[in-house]
Ligand binder design. Structure first.
Ligand code: ADP
Ligand code: MG
Length: 257
């Protein structure tokens, strides 16, 4: 039997909340699945928005990423198959305590990488949905990943924090994970009618010296409706401009991977 390639692991990170990390993980995951890829999504946020938005109730979930990271449970035992054609490692509020527990452990930044290793041949792409912090959980994501995507709203103050995140990536690359590279900034919540948004979009790549993924994801109300039914916008409004933008970004990313 030919040896299968290992999944590419990508972290979506930005320590700011509300920048569309979770929406992008759900939408890109669904787009990769539509393109025939085997996809695993990992919810690393104690607020469990990704888990909820994929139709899994974080309050009643039997086991979660917390049990994997803190309890040493096998990742395959906590997987959920979701309607979007992706597998999910759910989160739960318990994860809020994981940072403190992991801080006392040796090699605490490598726990996620170790847990993912046995399933890497079962998937083509693994997406990590980070919490809005630069704590141990996000360091675990950046240590496990080969690539990081930075969702960033194209609006006033939208790029606050991007510099700090990129500094963290530089540190991680130096100390924990030499293979990590920045795939790019993913412009989100984009309003093409706004001059200011267009200026932010034009300036951001040069300002930080990293690629800017294209096209920008338009701001549309469709995104607010999707999570309520446990599906991503790619299923709920298949041909909306938001869904099309995520498909295009996903196709560009697949070329790079
Ligand atoms: P994060 O994970 O970075 O905190 P979310 O993905 O949860 O961000 O998005 C924050 C809010 O913005 C959510 O209510 C989501 O529905 C909304 N949102 C995300 N992307 C868009 C978009 N392109 N247009 C409109 N609303 C969006
Ligand atoms: Mg989120």
């Amino acid at each position: 039997m030919p040896t299968q390639r290992k999944a590419r692991i990508l972290a979506l990170a930005n320590q700011k909340g509300g920048v569309a990390k979770t929406t992008s993980v759900a939408s890109l995951g669904a787009a990769f699945a539509e393109a025939g890829r085997r996809v695993l999504l990992v919810d690393l946020d104690p607020q469990a928005c990704l888990t909820f938005s994929l139709g899994v109730d974080p309050d009643t979930v039997e086991a979660s990423v917390h049990d994997v990271l803190v309890g040493g449970r096998d990742l395959t035992e906590v997987l959920h198959r979701c309607d979007d054609g992706v597998d999910l490692v759910p989160s739960s509020i318990e994860l809020a305590g994981a940072e403190a527990v992991l801080l006392g452990r040796p090699a605490r930044e490598y726990v996620l990488q170790t847990a993912l290793e046995p399933v890497r041949r079962d998937y083509d792409v693994i997406l990590l949905d980070c919490s809005p912090s630069l704590g141990v959980l996000t360091l675990n994501a950046l240590t496990a990943a080969q690539g990081v995507v930075v969702p960033m709203p194209c609006e006033m103050l939208g790029h606050r924090g991007v510099g700090q995140l990129l500094d963290t990536v530089t540190d991680v690359r130096r100390i924990l994970n030499r293979r990590l590279r920045v795939l790019g900034i993913l412009p989100t919540l984009y309003d093409g009618r706004s001059t200011h948004a267009r200026e932010v979009l034009e300036d951001v790549g040069e300002r930080y010296g990293v690629p800017v993924l294209s096209p920008p994801i338009p701001r549309t109300v469709r995104f607010a409706e999707a999570p309520a039914v446990g599906r991503s916008i790619l299923a709920t409004s298949r041909s909306s401009k938001g869904a099309r933008a995520y498909r295009e970004v996903a196709a560009g990313m697949l070329e790079q991977l």
